[in-house]
Design a protein around this ligand. Structure first.
Ligand SMILES: Nc1nc2c(ncn2[C@@H]2O[C@H](COP(=O)(O)OP(=O)(O)OP(=O)(O)O)[C@@H](O)[C@H]2O)c(=O)[nH]1
Ligand SMILES: [Mg+2]
Length: 371
């Protein structure tokens, strides 16, 4: 159930739709073969009108069918669409295409009758010309909607793809605290790079598997790194959407202040995030453990048990000791890769508590042979 807006085909604009329709119509007319001049012209004019209208109506209907219907979309998608392009506009412009398709077919029907009913070829040509004129003026009214949809597609396809059936860990914190490095270190395979349209920064989406259940990790650059007062409604909506998908929110704090944001400001931001995402389990994590002075007490112990677990093949769910800082917060180093395995297991445990009856989870001790 991947978000289907990532794969939406290009939306043709007004002129492109007209060009396509009229050139196909001309080709269809060129193929007409009849020795009787009147019959030939009648067939040609009729085909031009019908083909042009059909092409336009089908193009529009295909677009309407392919774009996700808001009534059937998951809440996260609806919130994201609303935040990025607006649900009302989304509905309006798609319904304009539906309207346009219907109008164009009506025009073809009416003018095709005129063509069939007359025996005079110049009247047939007139009826064809009139149909083209009326079709073009419908297209002028639909043009702005095509333009809107084309822009909306560009915006929506840059959003991260998140599978709502799978657990999702939202990673936030002030700029430069190490969010991307953390996601990268925890992910198996490559991170995807996406954007939220209202930020210029990249969003990283990573994944790791635990007992064949894929866990997604998503960045929130620019969304949560400013105080609430400075945010606009659009960003707030996007944040609300995150609350819908987050099984767990990790808030990274850079104790070293190496990131350029003071500890005090980071703690303020943490309070904002807690207020913004009240229904979501939040785990505060100290990043860059290697920069802490003194180093976390259990550094060597954690590093040793993690590397032993990896040597044994990273099987099962051992209780690896968690690395903690002097405040008792969980910590890790993404660059030294210490505390990461323990952290991953802790994340899995926290998510299990949040999703007790997970339909995707296999029962304990049960293995699938088909994978
Ligand atoms: N020493 C140390 N440096 C780290 C660690 N994690 C990240 N860094 C460094 O911190 C800087 C920022 O890391 P990023 O992962 O880009 O931080 P971010 O939070 O994604 O930053 P934005 O996306 O810009 O908000 C980089 O120079 C990293 O190399 C860590 O565990 N230890
Ligand atoms: Mg980043």
């Amino acid at each position: 159930m991947k978000v289907s807006w990532r794969t939406l085909p290009t939306v043709l604009l007004e002129d492109e739709v007209l060009d396509k329709a009229f050139s196909r119509a001309k080709k269809a007319a060129d193929r007409v073969d009849d020795n009787d001049r009147i019959f030939r012209v009648r067939k040609q004019m009729n085909r031009m009108v019908q083909t042009a209208a059909d092409i336009i109506a089908t193009t529009f209907q295909d677009t309407v069918n392919l774009w996700p219907s808001l009534d059937q979309s998951p809440q996260f998608d609806v919130s994201m669409i609303d935040a990025c392009v607006g649900c009302d506009d989304y509905r309006h412009h798609l319904s304009m295409l539906q309207w346009g398709g219907k109008q164009v077919l009506n025009i073809a029907g009416q003018n095709s009758k005129k063509i069939v009913r007359t025996g005079r070829t110049e009247l047939m040509h007139d009826a064809r010309r009139e149909a083209y004129g009326r079709i073009s003026s419908i297209m002028r009214r639909v043009g702005p909607s095509l333009m809107w949809l084309s822009k909306a597609r560009e915006t929506l396809k840059r959003l991260p793809t998140i599978d709502q059936m799978l657990p999702c860990i939202v990673v936030c914190g002030a700029p430069n605290v190490g969010k991307s490095a953390f996601i990268s270190a925890l992910s198996s395979g490559n991170m995807e790079v996406n954007h939220y349209p209202f930020t210029t920064k990249q969003i990283h989406v990573g994944h790791f598997d635990h007992r064949r259940l894929q866990h997604q990790l998503v960045d929130t650059p620019g969304l949560l790194d400013r105080p609430i007062e400075q945010r606009n409604t659009i960003e707030l909506q996007a944040i609300a959407a995150l609350e819908n998908i987050g099984s767990l929110v990790l808030f990274l704090v850079d104790e070293s202040e190496d990131c350029g944001t003071s500890l005090e400001e980071q703690e303020h931001l943490l309070q904002d995030v807690q207020r913004l995402l009240p229904g979501t389990d939040l785990m505060v994590v100290t990043s860059k453990a290697d920069l802490l002075t003194p180093r976390p007490e259990k550094w060597d112990e954690v590093a040793a048990s993690e590397s032993q677990w990896r040597e044994e093949g990273s099987e099962g769910e051992p209780e690896l000791p968690l690395l903690t800082d002097h405040k008792g917060r969980v910590t890790m180093s993404a660059t030294e890769f210490v505390g990461m395995d323990a952290m991953r297991l802790e994340i899995v445990r926290r998510i299990k508590i949040a999703r007790p009856n997970d339909p995707m989870e296999l029962p304990e001790g049960w293995y699938r042979r088909d994978q």
